[in-house]
Design a protein around this ligand. Structure first.
Ligand code: PLP
Length: 382
């Protein structure tokens, strides 16, 4: 394991917040009861679980009964998309082209069960067209899924407008808010969504727990079967420690959101402005759209993305690439491709994602070393 000094991959996973760790410890050390048990151990676990549910619900303006804890964000997306497709068999499902694979693969699974998939195109900055939303709604899909914030480029979608259109059409609107929670206001009392997916480890909670917000009256089929936990939508003994840690992290992230995001956004803007000056040919992807303040997705034409990431890692800087590399072939990300970015620009992309611990000095260090890395990697590639 490398001794990574500068962590700029918060969109992949964020460090566990001290508030989450502290909240979880009693449930890892002694308070181990099963929330379904009727004895005192069980009652204690149930009380903690319900308090976590209420705490998370309060962050988004929901009622506690509208929160279903799931095993990760992926499962929350799966229950939303495939669960709705199974609820309304025969109806299509509509998803935007830049969704996370958790949504796209769930739509594909629905397709294998007979649903038609309507894919909503995005513009050059990754924003979904409202005309495409209207066209999809005319086909009365079981669910229309457009993410709140994109994980690769940070684009924020017009969820208010999309939600209003879905509500008027009587169609359930699902939004993957995994990357949005704690960074932008995510409120179900002002935005008309039916379903929202969350993941704890993106806000400083533990990995392996997520949540699905299910607006009262939204019918869904489960993907797993067993006990009746989580109103039957996610059977299986609940992860009490995880839920408690998730709620503590979400609460802490939301409480500090405004000042933290103003600070981080300024750092991100300084990073981009500095790199634009120092790196010829650099392109900031989705720069024209409202974006998460934490994400910077850069294309470096002529540079091998893997070599860039490895060189950054040698300097102790952890970043990531939207490109998937398998068997030596680098495939451009489906997000950048859907944005109409050609492969020679979409392929060599690097994502820096900042977090609450990111400092001025860390950005200075990236500005110092990254331009030379790009130059060297470009020269190596001829
Ligand atoms: N949706 C988005 C937008 C994500 O960024 C991620 C994680 O990368 C997920 C869903 C999946 O969440 P999890 O890792 O909890 O399964």
């Amino acid at each position: 394991m490398t001794d990574t000094a500068i962590y700029l991959d918060h969109a992949a996973s964020a460090p566990v917040r001290p508030e989450a760790r502290e909240a979880m410890l009693p449930f890892l050390e002694g308070r181990f009861g099963n929330p379904s048990s009727i004895h005192r151990y069980g009652r204690e676990a149930r009380a903690a679980l319900e308090e976590a549910r209420a705490r998370l619900a309060a962050v988004i303006g929901a009622a506690p009964q509208e929160i279903v804890f799931t095993r990760a964000g992926t499962e929350a997306d799966g229950v939303a998309v495939l669960g709705r497709a199974r609820q309304l068999r025969g109806a299509p499902v509509a998803v935007s082209a830049t969704e996370h694979k958790a949504v796209l693969a769930s739509a594909h699974a629905a397709e294998e069960e007979g649903a038609r998939v309507l894919t909503l195109p995005v513009d050059h900055d990754g924003v979904v067209s409202l005309d495409a939303v209207d066209a999809a709604l005319a086909e009365r899909p079981a669910v229309l899924s457009v993410m709140w914030a994109n994980n690769e480029v940070g684009t924020l979608q017009p969820v208010g407008e999309i939600g209003a259109r879905c509500r008027a059409a009587g169609v359930v609107f699902h939004s993957d808010a995994v990357q949005a929670l704690g960074k932008v206001p995510v409120r179900v009392d002002t935005i008309p969504v039916g379903l929202l997916a969350f993941s704890a480890h993106k806000v400083g909670g533990p990995k392996g727990i997520g949540a699905l917000y299910v607006r009262r009256g939204t019918a869904l089929k489960p993907l797993l079967f067993g006990g009746g936990q989580e109103r039957g939508l996610r059977p299986g003994t609940e992860d009490v420690a995880g839920a408690v840690g998730f709620a503590a992290a979400a609460h802490a992230a939301d409480a500090e959101r405004e000042p933290a995001m103003a600070r981080i956004g300024a750092l991100r803007d300084r990073l981009e402005a500095g790199l634009r000056e120092r790196v010829p040919g650099l392109i900031v992807n989705a720069a024209g759209a409202p974006r998460l303040p934490t994400v910077s997705n850069l294309s470096l034409p002529g540079a091998d993305p893997e070599a860039l990431l490895m060189s950054l890692d040698l300097e102790g800087i952890a970043a990531s690439s939207g490109s998937a590399c398998s068997s030596g072939a680098v495939e451009p990300s489906h997000v950048l491709t859907a944005m109409g970015i050609p492969a020679r620009i979409a392929g060599p992309s690097v994502r820096f994602s900042l977090g609450w611990g990111t400092t001025d000095a860390e950005i200075d260090r990236v500005l110092e070393v990254f331009p030379a890395i790009v130059q060297r990697v470009r020269a190596l590639g001829g």
